[in-house]
Design a protein around this ligand. Structure first.
Ligand SMILES: [Zn+2]
Length: 191
């Protein structure tokens, strides 16, 4: 992972490894395009968000969340958005709670989808990358937190947690804090 960040695009082996890792997501775009785009963005991410946010992005790309799907089991969304939604990253990328974050950020609804969640969608600006990375961090934290609790969380409680997590991960990181503040200044977080 560190090697990938250190020399984006320079070593063909890194491209190959990344391409293998990304295959599991079954993205529509050509693999080569996605890999080159991602290498470039991961290089930029270092200066855009705090290290804990970068770590959450990598855990997501490498399918490192402790979801039921990762362990070949079936289970419902641990944020309890519905009983049909599955505990898997593909769902969390478009979970109603992720949609709430995207709306709070003032971004188009299409940003609540897997290519944006993985930071590989076409045409993302640095601002988009920062905001999506913050949402990934918040969803990662929230799912970890609520997975450990036996009782189903209320929707208000999940929203409060997500909003707080977005703020917490920008503490001590002025650049991402400024982007978050600018994006959310005129909106309340709601469902
Ligand atoms: Zn959900």
């Amino acid at each position: 992972m560190k090697q990938l960040l250190r020399s984006p695009g320079l070593n063909p082996n890194h491209e190959h490894r990344l391409r293998c890792k990304l295959e599991r997501w079954h993205l529509d775009s050509p693999a080569g395009t996605v890999v080159r785009r991602l290498l470039c963005r991961l290089g930029r991410l270092k200066s855009l968000v705090a290290p804990r946010v970068q770590a959450a992005v990598f855990k997501t790309l490498w399918n490192g969340w402790c979801t039921k799907a990762r362990f070949q089991q079936a289970g419902a969304c641990v944020l309890s958005c519905s009983t049909e939604a599955l505990d898997r990253i593909e769902h969390y990328a478009a979970c109603p709670f992720q949609k709430s974050i995207i709306s709070w950020f003032g971004l188009s609804a299409r940003f609540a989808s897997l290519p944006y969640f993985l930071l590989v969608a076409d045409g993302m600006t640095d601002n988009d990358i920062i905001l999506l990375a913050l949402s990934v961090y918040a969803m990662f934290r929230a799912t970890n937190h609520h997975r450990l609790n036996s009782s189903l969380p209320s929707h208000d409680r999940v929203r409060d947690f997500l909003q707080q997590a977005c703020h917490d991960c920008t503490i001590g990181h002025p650049k991402s804090r400024k982007v978050l503040d600018n994006a959310t200044r005129v909106r309340h977080f709601h469902s």
